[in-house]
Design a protein around this ligand. Structure first.
Ligand code: C2O
Length: 356
């Protein structure tokens, strides 16, 4: 049977999650505010324009300003508002640090985990979908699209300047980042917690090879790209019979680790799942991760298609939408961007023809 996230209140446990990192600088109590009503199956709004997601290094100052205002407003929402920035950050934590169980699929003693398996891409797509819509609502701009951190392109391989400048008064700024990796450092898309001290040109070249491997050479079918199956009753991975998708295991995790702050006890914020979504960078990082799904599929050919399996299609999660309504969403409904009404503005993919 497919994984089915529990309804918003009963399935979430704030108290007894496994605190491996007691000294965390963020809370491990990640349950969302109580829902006053049961969730309903999400219906796509019938109105609204397509939102364009653009690479942040090409975004205009006006666009960045809009983004900042929206983030500022989200951060100013009260703690009992499910759309507040804090509560959005907790959504991610709840789905990956043991706050939810598989009780709704009949296994109350098993933890629900959205990483390390084929749930990775669809869960994060839905999470960003609502995050983007909340931001747009806050600035009354229903065309607002979340930018993406274009780390697969040489022009986008640094932490975007607009996330660093201005200190605490900048809603995109976060003090918990590795200070050795601020600009002009070039991201290491294969970062294993060790500095490789390459010249920028070498690092870029290696990143290109890495992208080619993760997107082309080692990603010719659904399993290698999305990750292995994860169904009701499974233990959260790593299990012996499980496998992590090529992007999740590769550049996705490398960027998390590369940004996380080594001065904090658990590499907060980006370097640890429970705290990752407290850094605004998380959202533009995942916007690019999500773009990889679209690119990968768009390259076409046999095998470049979502898992053809009921247990993948019917897996579901519960979120609050931008109207604070609890809704249930399914993997099968997040496959077409036309339904989700957003698009990625093109950026070159030089790694496509850059075999290692
Ligand atoms: Cu849910 Cu990048 O992790």
């Amino acid at each position: 049977n497919p994984i089915k996230a529990p309804s918003l209140v009963p399935g979430c446990k704030n108290s007894d999650w496994n605190l491996d990192f007691e000294s965390g600088i963020r809370t491990g109590a990640c349950c969302p505010p109580f829902a006053k009503e049961l969730e309903i199956d999400y219906k796509f709004p019938t109105t609204g324009e397509t939102r364009i997601r653009q690479p942040i290094h090409r975004a205009s100052p006006e666009y960045i300003e809009k983004f900042k205002v929206a983030m500022q407003k989200m951060k100013a929402l009260p703690d009992d508002d499910p759309c507040s920035f804090k509560n959005q950050a907790k959504v991610h934590c709840a789905y990956c640090n043991g706050n939810y169980t598989q009780m709704a699929s009949g296994y109350p003693e098993k933890i629900l985990q959205v990483h390390y398996s084929w749930l990775f891409f669809p869960f994060h797509r839905w999470f960003l979908y609502f995050f983007e819509r909340i931001l747009g609502d806050l600035i009354e701009d229903k065309t607002f699209g979340l930018p993406y951190w274009n780390w697969d392109n040489p022009a986008g391989m640094e932490i975007p300047a607009v996330f660093e400048e201005g200190g605490k008064s900048n809603p995109l700024y976060n003090s918990y980042r590795n200070v050795n990796h601020l600009r002009p450092a070039i991201v290491d898309l294969d970062y294993q917690m060790e500095e490789r001290n390459m010249s920028p040109l070498d690092q870029i070249r290696i990143n290109m090879c890495n992208m080619n491997r993760r997107m082309m050479r080692n990603a010719s079918d659904a399993k290698s790209f999305f990750g292995g199956e994860y169904v009701a009753g499974n233990n959260p991975t790593p299990r012996e019979d499980s496998s992590i998708g090529s992007i999740e295991a590769g550049c996705h995790t490398a960027v998390h680790r590369w940004v996380g702050d080594p001065r904090t006890p658990n590499h907060e914020d980006l370097g640890n799942f429970y705290s990752a979504a407290y850094d605004p960078l998380f959202y533009i990082h995942h916007s690019n991760v999500d773009r990889m799904w679209t690119l990968w599929k768009g390259f076409g050919g046999e095998g470049r298609i979502e898992p053809n399996d009921k247990n993948w299609e019917e897996a579901s999660y519960v979120f609050y939408d931008e109207n604070r309504k609890p809704v249930r969403v399914y993997n099968k409904h997040c496959v077409n961007l036309e339904d989700l009404k957003y698009e990625y503005e093109d950026s070159e993919t030089p790694w496509k023809s850059n075999p290692p």
